[in-house]
Design a protein around this ligand. Structure first.
Ligand SMILES: [Zn+2]
Length: 203
């Protein structure tokens, strides 16, 4: 059994990584300006809990082969905390969950799917803002599509998810810190940015 010590919440094996090396790595991981690398799912899945930090983030370029309308959960919820509401869409109320007054009952969307990059698959769940980015539709339109069972409209979403690779950022779930179990969850969908134009020098 390797000897484990705890350093600022991280467990390390004493023989494999010195304290200064670990501190340097934590510093790198927490640096908001550090580049986040695109990795393959295969490489991500080969990572071990003992050598992964809670703050690590990676990007993946993926598609979804079999998006299903059944796996879209569309409901009305609090505009502040997202918890389910019984009020009609657009109505203001005081949320009992987050206790905020004047919140609005609005469509909230979660979507479960399996992303793939050709090396491996990963099950992810996206919440409203990321689902909107993935579907390129507004939340009320997704809500309507789901509740009217409009499979025809969903076909173009399916095709989009299957044919146009998109970038997601993932990080370990808190089971890493709590139970030393490494699972990866969606952190955000990265919008495709337009490459800056190369400006030729004036002569
Ligand atoms: Zn709320």
């Amino acid at each position: 059994m390797p000897f484990l010590i705890t350093v600022t919440g991280y467990r390390i094996t004493r023989n494999k990584e010195s304290l200064s090396e670990l501190q340097a790595r934590i510093h790198r991981v927490r640096d908001p300006n550090a580049p986040i690398h695109i990795v393959t799912l295969n490489a991500l899945k080969s990572k071990k809990a003992r050598s992964t930090l809670q703050d690590e983030r990676y990007r993946l370029k993926v598609t979804v082969a079999n998006a299903s309308l059944q796996k879209v959960n569309a409901y009305l919820g609090c505009s502040n905390c997202g918890k389910h509401s019984d009020y009609p869409a657009g109505e203001c109320f005081k949320c009992e969950t987050c206790t905020k007054e004047g919140v609005v009952s609005e469509p909230r969307i979660t979507f479960n799917c399996e992303v793939s990059d050709g090396t491996e698959q990963l099950e992810i769940t996206s919440f409203t803002d990321d689902t909107v980015k993935l579907f390129r539709m507004l939340a009320p339109d997704i809500f309507h599509m789901r509740h009217s069972g409009d499979h025809l409209a969903f076909e173009s979403t399916q095709a989009l998810l299957q044919d146009e690779p998109f970038t997601i950022e993932v990080s370990p779930t808190t089971t890493l810190t709590r139970n030393n179990i490494l699972k990866w969850a969606l952190r955000s969908v990265i919008p495709e940015t337009v490459e800056p134009a190369v400006v030729a020098p004036l002569t």
